[in-house]
Ligand binder design. Sequence first.
Ligand SMILES: C[S@@+](CC[C@H](N)C(=O)[O-])C[C@H]1O[C@@H](n2cnc3c(N)ncnc32)[C@H](O)[C@@H]1O
Length: 221
Amino acid sequence: MRTALNINKLNTVYNKTARYYDFYHRIGTFGLDEKGRNYLIQHLVKENDFILDAGGGTGRSSFLSLKLTRGHAKAVVLDQSELMLEKGREIAKKAGLSDKIEFINADMYSIPFNDNTFDKVISTYSTCPLDNPANAVIEMLRVLKPGGLLGIAHSTNPENKITRWISTKFENLLWKFPRLSLGCRNIELVSDIQKLNVSIETNKTIGFIPFYFKILIIRKP
Ligand SMILES: C[S@@+](CC[C@H](N)C(=O)[O-])C[C@H]1O[C@@H](n2cnc3c(N)ncnc32)[C@H](O)[C@@H]1O
């Protein structure tokens, strides 16, 4: 796993890309990002859920959750980039959803909520830029209610040696341009999660050369 960008660099990257992030991420991943979000949300979110969208950026996963529940859910989008959050607030205002989604500037390593607060926690593509994604998983599980589900989508390496080689070459190239890579690395989290007292209910990989995303659904006992 390559070394993550430092927090200041990461913030600069996201503040600079906030205006066009949703469009860029969609085009840049050939729509695979939305496929991952939709899979997670359809398998996780239920009406009246209180949801934490950790590293939620512009709130795309929260907007999809509200759409699925026809507005019968509430979400908190937590992110460290103020301009990503600002863009999300604008989208919520235009959609008349400001009373359903709150946008807060905070750190995924230190979530400002009590233990056992949320019915569901979602992290779509927000663990891959972190320097210690396993610690963020522990923190997300802390604020999740017992029996609740944590859904994670993150960039990963494919299993197959040849596709892995191509994917790594592509990652190496993108990494030279932080505004293109968005600081997202291919990571592996399953072995760390297996050490925790949780059950992994879904563990699948979606994608094609050169993008692969791991989709995980984890239940807190
Ligand atoms: C690739 S974006 C994903 C945004 C959104 N979840 C989505 O599905 O499009 C990664 C997000 O993680 C945020 N992030 C990175 N490190 C963070 C941290 N330590 N605490 C909170 N947010 C963080 C970034 O600011 C960025 O908005």
